[in-house]
Design a protein around this ligand. Sequence first.
Ligand code: PGA
Length: 249
Amino acid sequence: MKQLIAANWKMHKTWEESIQTAREIVVGTYNQLPANREVLIIPSFPHLKAVSDVLAKQKNYFLGAQNLYPALKGAFTGEVSPAQLLDVGCSYVLVGHSERRHVLQEQDEFLAQKASFALEQGLKVIFCIGETIEQRQQGRTKEVLRSQLELGLKDVQKVDSEDLVIAYEPVWAIGTGQVAQEQDILDAHAFIREFLQKTFSGAEEVRILYGGSVKPANASSILALDNVDGVLVGGASLTAESFNQIILA
Ligand code: PGA
C-alpha cells in the first residue's frame, strides 16, 4: 500500500498560480519520489483541467476534487457531477471535509449519499472525519469518529480497498498550527482501522491519512506512525517549497 501525500488547496490560487505550483511540485519531486508514495493535488474546480494537464502521464501523481454532487446530471445549479470530475482527469474526491461539515452545514445523510455515489461512479473517495475541541474535551472523540464513519459509510456495502481513503482531521488542528499529539493520532487511527476491519473485508488496505497542521517539520514523524498511510495538507501545500519537503519527508 502506497502512502498518499495530498494537497488540499481549498479556495486559493489564481489559474496561473495553480499551474505554476503544480509544475513546481512535479519538477521538484518526480525524480526523488519514494517508491512507496503517491501525490495528489486537489485544486479548486475552475483549475482542475489546467492542473490535470500538468499531471497528465506523470506516474504516481493524481488529481482530486474538493466536492461533488450525488446525481448523474440535471438541474442542480452550481453543482458538479462525478462524471464531470472524471472527464477532466480526477481520480479522487473529498467528502465530508470539516469545512463542508461546519461551514457549509453538510449533514451525515448527505455525505453518505455523496460517498456511495462517488464510489459507484468510479471516483476514489477520501472520507474526512474528526472531532471538535469541545467533543475532545468531553471525552467523546471515539464516539464522534464512530458515528461519522457509521453514518457516512452506511451505503457503502462493498468497497475495493484502494478506492476508499479515510482522513482523520481533528477540527481543532485544521489551519491552527496546533498539530495533534502523536499518541492522539495513534489512538484515532487504530480506532478507525478497527472500525474498518469490522465493516469491510480487506480493510487492511484502506489508507488512513492524518490531516491538521501538517508541516515540513512534523511530516516525517507523523508519516512514520502506525496506521498512518499518508497526510492531507492544507496551508503547507500551497507552495511547492513546503509541500515538496512533505512529499519527500
Ligand atoms: P491545514 O489543513 O493543513 O491547513 O491544517 C488541512 C485540511 O484542511 O485538510
